[in-house]
Design a protein around this ligand. Structure first.
Ligand SMILES: NC(=O)c1ccc[n+]([C@@H]2O[C@H](COP(=O)([O-])OP(=O)(O)OC[C@H]3O[C@@H](n4cnc5c(N)ncnc54)[C@H](OP(=O)(O)O)[C@@H]3O)[C@@H](O)[C@H]2O)c1
Length: 297
């Protein structure tokens, strides 16, 4: 929501309008009330979305932003207890599905839960690969990372695509990482395998652009979530510093000077999942507080 300052009337007076203060203040206050009650309508009320990784972090941020707009969700994650806890926040709009999305066999269950309802979109998201330098990795780590970062996303996209093609409408959004634009230290598996997702998403977006289906990738920089906690731990171990020092080091690399918030991230996710984003497809959009230094970041 757009915020305008509380002290607007004082500013009007200071700006030299004191003789007509009441008149300007009345206009200012009307405008303020209007803007503060103005929410962009994403036109997704009662629309159905699948959100994987919905119980925590960035996926949860997108899920909450969708709920704020009155959308209905099939919330997917592995831990049933955490999912149920999330469902309690809005039992009328949230259905849950306990599933390990990395296991392609489980994707049938997502399809079955959607049934023959109109599916407006899907957020494809789960945890990232472990933090490792190249030297630390064994070949087996690369095989696992392929399964955990790339393969299941191809599989779920292939499963859901016929629904969207039949509807001639659909929004697919992936959460990857700013690492696809600027490699992050100690995250060689993420830096490498996520580029495969960017490649297939861009290609598919072009293959089906005329079918009302868009595919986009969100590329988060550092956000305050349990996944970020795991990075602090790794950095504090590697550099022999405290967790707090590790956190501060990450923050010092972010131009806006703070970690991102999952709900502010989710607001963009909800918009990308809405019909309003129909002319944007095949994009990898950074949400990183200005961390990426490259011109095309
Ligand atoms: N946070 C950041 O600063 C940041 C920055 C760049 C990139 N990213 C990437 O963004 C993505 C989301 O990160 P996050 O911070 O939101 O992580 P998070 O807080 O750990 O949340 C991950 C969510 O995905 C679910 N999940 C994990 N593995 C799953 C699986 N196999 N099947 C189904 N659900 C699964 C988790 O629930 P269950 O454990 O119950 O399944 C949880 O709901 C990750 O790929 C991460 O690497 C995050």
């Amino acid at each position: 929501m757009l915020k305008i300052p509380d002290n607007g009337c004082t500013l009007i007076t200071l700006a030299g309008f004191s003789s007509k203060k009441n008149y300007f203040c009345e206009i200012y206050n009307c405008l303020r009330t209007f803007l503060e009650n103005f929410d962009m309508d994403l036109k997704i009320k009662d629309k159905l979305f699948v959100v994987t990784g919905a119980s925590s972090g960035l996926g949860n941020g997108v899920a909450r932003a969708l709920l704020r707009e009155g959308a209905r969700l099939i919330a997917v994650a592995r831990n049933e207890e955490k999912l149920k806890e999330f469902q309690q926040s809005n039992p009328d709009l949230i259905e849950t599905l306990t599933s390990d999305v990395i296991r392609s066999n489980d994707h049938d269950r997502i399809l079955r839960q959607v049934g023959n309802r109109f599916l407006s979109g899907v957020l494809i998201n789960a945890g990232g690969p472990p933090a490792m330098s190249f030297i630390e990795t064994q070949l087996a780590d690369w095989d696992t990372a392929y399964q955990n970062v790339l393969r299941w996303k191809v599989s779920l996209t292939k499963m859901l695509l016929p629904i969207f093609v039949k509807q001639q409408y659909g929004r697919i959004v992936y959460i990857e990482s700013a690492a696809v634009k600027q490699p992050i230290k100690n995250l060689v598996l993420s830096n490498s395998l996520r580029l495969g997702v960017v490649g297939f998403v861009k290609t598919l977006s072009q293959e089906i652009a005329d079918k009302g289906i868009t595919l986009n990738i969100m590329a988060p920089g550092f956000h305050e979530t349990p996944a970020a906690e795991r990075l602090y731990v790794k950095r504090s171990e590697n550099e022999n510093i405290s967790l707090d020092e590790a956190r501060k080091k990450y923050e010092s690399e972010i131009n806006v000077g703070r970690m991102g918030d999952a709900l502010e991230f989710g607001t963009l996710g909800a918009w990308l999942l809405s019909p309003l984003s129909g002319y944007i497809t095949g994009q990898t959009i950074s949400v990183d507080g200005g961390t990426i230094k490259g011109i095309m970041g």
